[in-house]
Design a protein around this ligand. Structure first.
Ligand SMILES: *Cc1c(COP(=O)(O)O)cnc(C)c1O
Length: 355
C-alpha cells in the first residue's frame, strides 16, 4: 500500500499523474518514443507546453497581458531574477520577512540595490504574519512569501500596497483562489503543489518589464523567455509534462475552487485535533495558520520516540518538522487525500489513549 505522504517537498502527486508520467517515459503518445528522448521543438512536446500554459491560464484566470513561463533554477533563481528585472539602478524594493525563504530572496535583492525590510516576524521564530505594515509608496516592488512552508504560516489577505506586488507562491499556488491581477509577478517552484522538481512557474505582467535600465544577463531576463515561449534553451520537458498532468487532474476535479474547499477541510480537522488533544500543541499563531503546512509539536518531547514509532509503523511519511522549528509538520498539498489526514488524526487519538 502507498504511504501517507506528508512530505513538505518534493511532495505527493496524484496516483494517476504518476501513472501517466511513467507511461510517457516508456512510450509517449503511443509513438514508440520516450517523452525524454524527443525534440522539445517537435509537435507533440510543443503541444504539451501550450496545454500546460493554457491550464495555468484557465485555473488561475490569468489576464491576457500576463505571460506564463516554465523556467529552470527553482524558486531560488527567481530570488535573483526578480530584482534584476524589476529593481531599477537607483530604485528601492521592499521585502516582508516571514522566514528563511523570504530572507534568501532579500539577500539576492541586496546584491543589486537597496532592499528594505518592511515587515518582520523573526522575533518569534516566524510563527506569525506581521500586520498593519507601513509600506513606503515609492518602491519598485514589494515582495512577500504567501505561504511559509517551514513555519506553517500563511497570508490570509493581500498586503495593502500601491507598489507592484511580487509573490513567492511556491507552497500554496493552485491551493486556493487568487486574484492574479493584483500582482506584477508570481513565481513558484513546481515541486510543492504542481509537479516534480525541475521547473518553476512564473506569471508576469508584461507591462512591468523592461524598465530597470540594467544590462540583464540573457538567461535571467524574463523578456528572453517570453519572446521564445519558454523555449530559449531546452526546457525541462519531463517536469513540465508531469506538471501539465497535475494541472489537468486539478481541472478534472473541479479546479482551484473545489480543491480549496477540500484543503480547508483537511486543515480544519487537523488543527481541531491539535487544539483538542492535550498531548499536542500548534506552532503558528491561530489566525495565521497555513492550510498547506501544519506545524505542531508534542507538549512532552520525551514522548517523541514513541509517537515517531507509531507513525512509522502505520505508513506515515515526511512528518518530521524542519530543523529550525522542530516537532512535526504535516504538509497537506492538493494531492494528499482527506483520508490521509483522517488516518493521522486517528493515530494521534490512539496515541492519547495509549499514553
Ligand atoms: C521550497 C521553497 C522555495 C525553494 O524552492 P526551490 O525550487 O528549491 O528553489 C522557495 N520558496 C518557498 C516558499 C518554498 O517553499
Amino acid at each position: 500500500m502507498k504511504k501517507h505522504n506528508f512530505s513538505a517537498g518534493p511532495c505527493i502527486l496524484p496516483e494517476e499523474v504518476l501513472k501517466g508520467a511513467s507511461e510517457s517515459v516508456l512510450n509517449f503518445n503511443n509513438d514508440n518514443l520516450s517523452l525524454i528522448e524527443i525534440s522539445h521543438r517537435s509537435k507533440p512536446f510543443v503541444e504539451v507546453m501550450e496545454k500546460a500554459i493554457k491550464l495555468v491560464r484557465n485555473l488561475l484566470n490569468v489576464p491576457k497581458n500576463y505571460a506564463i513561463l516554465f523556467l529552470q533554477g527553482g524558486a531560488s533563481l527567481e530570488f535573483l531574477m526578480t530584482p534584476y528585472n524589476l529593481l531599477s539602478l537607483e530604485g528601492k524594493c521592499g521585502y516582508i520577512n516571514t522566514g528563511a525563504w523570504s530572507e534568501k530572496a532579500l539577500k539576492e535583492a541586496k546584491k543589486l540595490g537597496e532592499a528594505l525590510i518592511v515587515g518582520d516576524s523573526s522575533d518569534k521564530n516566524y510563527n506569525y504574519i506581521p500586520k498593519n505594515l507601513i509600506i513606503p509608496e515609492n518602491l519598485d516592488y514589494l515582495h512577500y512569501t504567501s505561504n511559509n512552508t517551514i513555519y506553517g504560516t500563511q497570508f490570509k489577505a493581500y498586503p495593502e500596497t500601491n507598489n507592484t506586488l511580487v509573490c513567492d507562491m511556491s507552497s500554496d499556488i493552485f491551493s486556493k483562489k487568487i486574484d492574479v491581477s493584483k500582482y506584477g509577478l508570481i513565481y513558484a517552484g513546481a515541486q510543492k503543489n504542481m509537479g516534480p522538481a525541475g521547473t518553476t512557474l512564473v506569471i508576469v505582467n508584461k507591462d512591468i518589464l523592461g524598465k530597470t535600465n540594467r544590462d540583464i544577463p540573457t538567461m535571467l531576463d524574463y523578456q528572453t523567455h517570453i519572446s521564445k515561449d519558454s523555449m530559449f534553451n531546452t526546457p525541462p520537458v519531463f517536469s513540465i509534462y508531469v506538471s501539465m498532468l497535475t494541472l489537468e487532474w486539478l481541472q478534472n476535479n473541479g479546479g482551484v475552487e473545489e480543491i480549496e474547499k477540500i484543503n480547508n477541510t483537511k486543515a480544519k480537522i487537523l488543527y481541531e485535533e491539535i487544539d483538542r488533544n492535550p498531548l499536542f500543541i500548534g506552532f503558528a499563531e491561530k489566525e495565521d495558520r497555513s492550510t498547506m503546512n501544519v506545524t505542531f509539536n508534542l507538549v512532552n518531547q520525551d514522548l517523541q520516540e514513541k509517537f515517531d514509532l507509531l507513525c512509522n509503523n502505520n505508513g506515515i511519511n515526511g512528518l518530521k518538522g524542519h530543523r529550525s522549528v522542530g516537532g512535526y509538520r504535516a504538509s497537506l498539498y492538493n494531492a494528499l487525500p482527506l483520508s490521509s489526514v483522517e488516518h493521522l488524526i486517528n493515530l494521534m487519538q490512539k496515541f492519547e489513549k495509549e499514553i
